[in-house]
Design a binder for this molecule. Structure first.
Ligand SMILES: [Zn+2]
Length: 400
């Protein structure tokens, strides 16, 4: 049964409501001190809030599924736009879907490709075009052209076996013109209608019973304009979805989190519906957005930072931090001061890397460019993220 439920204390106590099959009447619920949120998906529950590492091309780089489980990762996020190019939809089908191909038995969220269209096409027209009908994409160095429509994005995500399917949206940056934001919202709503129709059509074709279907999330656009965000949220709520995402680049041109509009957008959606802060992964931003009521986060940042030698550390015991002051810092592995440092990256980390290896050995692996460095540093940063989200959940449960 797919549902959000609340968990109180140590034992899971589903409360009287079970959200939220689309179009069904949804009981009201309030966030209550002492209660934790969770989301039941086909491949298991997610304790919320949760961080999902990005497996954009079908892999969290340098880790396998056992490594991810050892870090405590609950779910991963991948991307239909990239997967349909590499390894390609027919290959994924031949391998029995994403879960079998990845060797991963827990939930998988598939992003729709809207953000990729923004980052590739909106910023460089030679990669393709974006119209109300959909996206036409020409990868660099390839003669192939890909047609990508709301229907195709939805159908592929379902066929890949996703636990959460995300509607194709038209993503913008907050600094784009007012007319571009209006066009984005109008197109995002139109595409969301088509995604939902295709979602239901495909589920019928596959004869999937309602309680075995993935969840369908829609994405709220509107840049920094409150009225546009409101229009987008209201029309999407009317269509009916299982959850929502904050759409658009989440930072301003100076790299600051758009806290005000992100918080406002969360308030437009009933608290019993889960919300995904798409692309938010910087630790301090996650703390802020979780405090605003966001439930899911994904980013390539922690794993990319790990591969480049930027290692995350808590400055005090993460089991008691209240996220005041400088509660975390970075260690840069290439720093010469680590050459003979016979200590782990962090005394507060229980990952494989910190349990077995010194900073000095990691520095050596980094210098000789051994792939073991990528694996160990990625496991460390992901364990940091797992500890971070566990602490946020504990504080939310206390009502802090
Ligand atoms: Zn560690």
């Amino acid at each position: 049964m797919v549902a959000i439920y609340q968990e109180t204390g140590a034992s899971e106590v589903p409360v009287s409501w079970r959200a939220t099959r689309m179009s069904e009447e949804r009981p009201q619920m309030k966030n209550r001190p002492g209660a934790q949120r969770a989301l039941d998906l086909r491949h298991g529950p997610l304790q919320l809030p949760v961080f999902l590492p990005d497996a954009t091309l079908g892999v969290v780089r340098s880790l396998d599924a056992t490594d991810l489980l050892q870090c405590g990762i609950q779910a991963v996020q991948t991307n239909v736009f990239h997967l349909m190019q590499k390894p390609g939809s027919s290959t994924i089908k031949a391998l029995g879907g994403l879960h079998r191909a990845f060797g991963w038995e827990r939930p998988i969220v598939t992003d729709s490709g809207g953000f990729q269209a923004y980052s590739l096409i909106r910023q460089n027209a030679r990669y393709g075009s974006l119209t109300d009908r959909g996206i036409l994409f020409r990868p660099e160095g390839s003669s192939r052209r890909y047609k990508f429509t709301p229907e195709k994005s939805t159908r592929l995500q379902i066929d890949y076996g996703a636990d959460i399917v995300i509607c194709l949206d038209d993503c913008t940056h907050v600094d784009e013109s007012a007319s571009a934001q209006v066009e984005s919202v109008t197109r995002t709503i139109g595409w969301a209608k088509r995604c939902k129709a295709e979602f239901e059509r495909r589920a019928e074709q596959l004869r999937t019973p309602p309680d075995e279907r993935p969840l369908l999330f829609a994405v709220i656009q509107g840049g920094g304009d409150r009225q546009l965000r409101q229009r987008c949220a209201e029309e999407l709520l009317q269509i009916g979805f299982d959850g929502f995402g904050f759409g658009g680049w989440p930072l301003d041109s100076e790299g600051n989190l758009l806290t005000e509009i992100i918080g406002y957008t969360r308030e437009l959606i009933p608290v019993d519906l889960p919300m995904h802060a798409l692309g938010v992964g910087q630790p301090a931003s996650i703390v802020t957005c979780a405090g605003l009521g966001y439930d899911l986060f994904d980013s390539t940042m922690p794993t990319r930072d790990a591969r480049h030698g930027r290692l995350y550390t808590f400055t005090a015991d993460p089991g008691s931090t209240t996220f005041d002051g400088d509660w975390y810092s970075y260690k840069y592995i290439q720093d010469r001061k680590h050459i003979k440092a016979d200590v782990p990256i962090s005394p507060y980390c229980h990952c494989l890397c910190c349990a077995r290896y010194s900073l000095a050995y990691l520095h050596h692996l980094f210098k000789i460019r051994d792939s073991l460095f990528h694996r160990l540093s990625t496991m460390h940063n992901l364990t940091f993220m797992v500890q971070l989200l566990a602490r946020i959940r504990a504080l939310l449960a206390e009502g802090s």
